[in-house]
Design a protein around this ligand. Structure first.
Ligand SMILES: O=C(O)c1ccccc1N[C@@H]1O[C@H](COP(=O)(O)O)[C@@H](O)[C@H]1O
Length: 224
């Protein structure tokens, strides 16, 4: 991955990962995998309309196999709950929202790759997303709401190597990729027919639009 300081002169990442979040069925997991997603998200956050139970998540994870990353999404949940869920549901990474300590993140990172979610107001001064098991991810203040961010306003502070979520969909992902050059894009609301149920056309169009945008950036910058 091409990395550098936040803001100015950010390179084009070698790869753009695409994550389709809020998966609640084997059917939708296979749809995302067939559309070419690199990762699916399984939401365990309390109160989410896309919350999946651990045994269903395990069946979903096993259905896609090791070629597709399974990211568990958590919000202010105890460490032992996250670790138990990750093991039972065969997660390959955990996405952590909410108020948690660096000790909590460090302990989790001993076991799993961690996506640490930040809101726009928390971005200033983060610099580059660190090499290693904790990767930064930017999301809207109200996760899973479909609210898009002002990418141009965040450009100077967006850490190189970070992931991007927040109101992304087939119609705007190309612009987001062009402006912020994230290492990965992640979406849920704009890919659904109803909460927790994917719209196949939107999922396919999202993956396609993200890939095309990344290829265009690479071509522009002369990267292979
Ligand atoms: O989607 C949810 O219900 C949710 C609940 C709690 C934490 C995270 C949640 N979703 C995450 O929100 C982003 C993007 O959502 P959207 O595309 O803006 O709707 C994604 O990372 C989901 O993992």
């Amino acid at each position: 991955m091409t990395r550098g300081a936040a803001g100015e002169g950010r390179g084009v990442p070698e790869r753009l990962l695409v994550k389709v979040c809020g998966t609640t069925s084997v059917h939708d997991a296979l749809l995302s995998a067939e559309a070419g997603a690199d990762a699916i998200g399984l939401i365990f956050a309390p109160g989410s309309r896309r919350r999946v139970d651990v045994q269903a998540a395990r069946r979903i994870s096993l259905s896609v196999g090791a070629g597709v990353a399974r990211v568990g999404v958590f919000m202010n949940q105890p460490l032992d709950e996250v670790l138990r869920t990750a093991e039972t549901a065969r997660l390959s990474a955990v996405q952590i929202h909410g108020e948690v300590s660096s000790l909590y993140l460090g302990a989790l990172a001993c076991y799993h790759p961690v996506l640490r979610v930040l809101r726009p107001a928390e971005l200033a001064g983060q610099g580059t997303t660190p090499e290693g098991p904790v990767t930064l991810m930017l999301d809207a203040p109200n996760p899973g709401s479909g609210e898009a961010l002002d990418w141009a306003a965040l450009r100077a502070d967006f850490p190189a190597g970070a992931w991007l979520a927040g109101g992304l969909g087939p119609l705007n992902v190309a612009e987001a990729v062009r402006v912020l050059r994230p290492a990965a894009v992640d979406a849920v609301s704009r890919l659904e027919a109803s909460p927790g149920v994917k719209d196949p056309e939107q999922v396919r169009a999202f993956v396609r639009a993200a890939r095309e945008a990344h290829r265009a950036l690479q071509a522009e910058s002369g990267s292979p």
